[in-house]
Every structure is written in C-alpha cells, then in structure tokens.
Ligand binder design. Structure first.
Ligand code: FMN
Length: 338
C-alpha cells in the first residue's frame, strides 16, 4: 500500500508504532520496522542522552530499515536535557522523530537543521494546525479512545479524523483505538494516510515486557480502562486495577483540590514494576480502549501481515462488494478479523 506516510518515511506499510514508556525499546522498534512499519524508540525511557545513543545503536544493529525516536515534552519544571537528546538522535543518524506532549516549536530549528522529519502527536484540530504552522511534516491525530494522554476535549476519532482532514494540509495518521485492518481501512476512509498503534503492539511476541502484561491485555475488555488525573488537566487513560480504583476514590474525595502529591503512591515509578517485574497492581499505566479487540499475542510480523492482508480483503471484497451489489459473496470472516 502506498500513501503519503509510506512515501514520507520510506516504509512499506502505513503503520506506525507510537512511543511507549518502558515498551518502546530497540527490540520492539526494530521488529516493527523489519515488518515494514515504522518502529519508534521511546527517548525518555532512556534515562540519559548517552543511553539513548546506545539504544539507537542497538536498534540499528537489529534493522536496516527506517525507525524513529519519540520525544515527549512533559509538563514539568525539571525538564530533561532535550537538546542533548536531540543531539543523540542526530548523531545516531535517525531521520524521524515523533514528538508528543507540549508543542515541539522550540526544538523545530534543531530537528529541521538535522534533516529530521517530525510527526507530532496531538489530540485536537487546533493543536494539529499549530503543528502544521511550525513546520511539522505530519501529525498523529490521537482520539479520545487512545491509551496514554487523550487531552481534555474528549473527541473520539469518528469526529476528530474527518475534522482533521477538513483542515490540515500536511498528512496525518489516525491514532487511538487502532487495532486491526478494520481500523486501518476506516482511518483511510476518514482522510488519514495511515495509523499509529500503541496498546496493540504491547501484546506481541517481541514487545520486551513481562508476559503478565500481555496476558492482562488479552483478558481485558473495552470496559476496563479508566481516565485519571482530569482535575490536574493531565488526563491519562489507564488499565484499571486495585490501585487505579483507589486513585479514583482519592480523586472523588479531593475534587478540584487534588494535588499530584495526593496520588504519588498510585502513579510514581509504576512503569518498571509493571513492564519489567509484571506486577499488575503496581499502579496506573497507560492502556487504550481498543484493549477489548486484543485476542492474541502474535509476532509483530504476523500482526502487520494480517492487517495488510485483511485490509486488502475488506477493500477489494467487502467494500467493492457493496458497490457491485455482490457483498453476500464476501466471507463473513472479514467482520471478525483479530
Ligand atoms: C503503555 C503505554 C505507554 C505510552 N507511553 C507514551 C510515551 O511515553 N510518549 C508518548 O508520546 N506516547 C505514549 N503512549 C501513547 C502511544 O504512543 C499511542 O499514542 C497510543 O497508545 C495510541 O492509542 P492506542 O493505545 O489506542 O493505540 C503510551 C501508550 C501506552 C499504551
């Protein structure tokens, strides 16, 4: 399949693996890139720019295909040394950066001077337009369904994607709730040039996380995510567990007076405990609503090949079948792709 995104990033399939804290290591990024998608290393999971440089080198050893690095601009006063992280990316020869969180405006000159293509992930049309205005090459439009930070507008992709298509001149991919071929074809129909998946890629053989995490994703339903930290205007969608329910109870009690200090026990230092140790009750960690569509743990290549094969069947069979009036001859299996 050829779209503006496959052409921009030099990849075979219009599928991107979004940056994920303590998941986006070289193992996963290289597996996605080797399977024809765009794998992304999560920059800030590497505690220093030197460690990021090593992770980039490790990824380069595992793939000769393009891959990217995620740089998340956190709402914090003690900012990580972003210029040094960008230097590690530049010196590592990485040509694609996924930015997220705050606007990357301040860092655009450095990224552009290094010949890096920037895809900014954002949750609204206005932020997408801002990204376009400051010179981003593409946008990852992240709907309310997404794992991680859906923003404060609560706009699902059914509305957000066609609205983005109405306003944007630069290409965009659909992010949030993307699970399979049905998501991809729907996203393309709504004006996107590809899709970005987070949660789905955690339940793959190559994702370097504890098996407990993968099994929890297979077991969970679409009803099992919760929104937390709304009162802090830092809303995050997470998988529920005992600590998350406790956190929600604290939020209810404190209301508008909630401070981050009130919920430290539920949100601080959680990722290594969950992803490395497999302690599923360690606290709050990001997970998208599409978790209800995860039924297996394939290899990344199996997942991507299946998505692309099923997408072709949906387009050539089901959709063309509707136009030709022959839809009853189309395999019902298409409705149930995994
Ligand atoms: C466990 C987890 C950790 C994540 N960490 C980050 C991160 O550090 N930076 C970032 O920009 N996005 C992060 N995300 C968001 C993903 O990159 C992606 O935008 C999101 O998962 C898309 O929604 P989906 O989960 O419905 O596919 C994370 C998502 C998950 C599930």
């Amino acid at each position: 399949m050829k779209t503006a995104i496959t052409e921009m990033f030099g990849i075979q399939h219009p599928i991107i693996q979004g940056g994920m804290h303590y998941v986006g290591f070289a193992e996963l990024a290289s597996a996605v890139s080797n399977a024809g998608g765009l794998g992304i290393i999560t920059g800030l999971t590497q505690k220093t720019p030197e460690l990021l440089a090593k992770e980039i080198a490790r990824c380069r050893d595992m793939t000769d295909k393009p891959f990217g690095v995620n740089l998340t601009f956190l709402p914090t006063f003690a900012a990580p040394p972003y210029p040094e992280y960008i230097a590690a990316i530049r010196e590592g020869g990485v040509k694609i950066v996924e930015t997220a969180g705050r606007s990357p405006e301040q860092y655009m000159p450095a990224l552009k001077a290094a010949g890096i293509k920037v895809i900014h992930k954002c949750t609204s049309v206005r932020h997408s337009l801002k990204a376009e205005a400051i010179g981003c090459d593409a946008v990852s439009v992240d709907g309310f369904e997404c794992g991680g930070h859906p923003g404060e507008d609560d706009m699902p992709n059914m509305i957000l994607l066609p609205r983005a298509a109405e306003e944007l001149k630069i290409p965009f991919v659909a992010s949030g709730g993307m699970a399979d071929a049905r998501s991809l074809v729907a996203a393309l129909a709504m004006g996107a040039q590809g899709m970005n998946m987070g949660t789905r890629f955690i339940a793959t053989k190559e994702a370097p996380v504890h098996d407990n995490v993968k099994n929890a994703l297979v077991k969970a339903s679409e009803l099992d995510t919760r929104l937390i930290m709304r009162a802090l205007r830092n809303t995050e969608r997470v998988l529920t567990n005992a600590k998350v329910e406790k956190l929600i109870e604290i939020e209810r009690e404190k209301g508008k007076d909630l401070k981050i200090a009130d919920i430290m026990d539920q949100v601080a230092g959680v990722y290594p405990k969950v992803m490395i140790d497999g302690d599923m009750d360690a606290g709050a960690w990001s997970c998208g609503m599409m978790v209800g569509l995860i039924h297996d743990i394939p290899s990344v290549k199996e997942l991507i090949d299946r998505i692309m094969a099923d997408a072709e069947q949906i387009i050539r069979g089901r959709l063309t079948g509707f136009l030709d009036g022959t839809v009853e001859t189309v395999s019902p299996a298409v409705h149930k792709v995994a």
